[in-house]
Design a protein around this ligand. Structure first.
Ligand code: HEM
Length: 119
């Protein structure tokens, strides 16, 4: 489950970068298709995240913060993509994306116990 979770958000992150570069090059069709695929990945990230939560015996505030932070990352990615599509400003959402992403990486890799690096 943890591998599926990490694979899903890594893939979403890569496609996010590719989608933004396609938009920069004026490839609107490619951008739209990637945006759809990224939306499907949100669902997989959330489903695997909930799957991981069901394995936790005692869900404390760190898990709640991890889950809320993960949803915040997804929300900011979606805001950036939908605003880029309309050629609107995205700076506020970039700040949120960076803050939320750092928080979630810190909690996921350094604080919470499950890990892809341990069997
Ligand atoms: C883009 C959004 C997200 C990112 C970047 C992300 C990132 C991560 C990372 C880095 C880990 C730790 C992997 C490891 O230690 O090998 C992790 C684990 C986890 N994530 Fe997410 N996550 C996201 C969304 C979510 C959501 C929405 C939920 C809940 C609904 C969630 C719940 C969990 C849980 C429960 C764990 C296991 C924590 C543990 O016990 O170590 N994540 N995630």
């Amino acid at each position: 489950m943890i591998h599926a979770h990490v694979t899903a958000w890594l893939l979403a992150l890569i496609l996010f970068v590719v989608a933004l570069s396609l938009h920069k090059k004026g490839n609107e069709k490619g951008f739209k298709i990637l945006h759809m695929i990224i939306r499907v990945l949100y669902l997989i990230i959330i489903a695997t995240g909930i799957g991981l939560l069901t394995q936790v015996y005692h869900i404390d505030w760190k898990y709640i913060l991890k889950a809320v932070g993960g949803l915040w990352v997804i929300g900011s990615v979606e805001m950036i993509l939908s605003r880029v599509a309309k050629n609107r400003r995205t700076s506020v959402f970039w700040v949120q994306f960076v803050v939320a992403f750092i928080l979630v990486l810190y909690l996921g890799f350094a604080v919470l116990p499950m890990s892809i690096f341990r069997p």
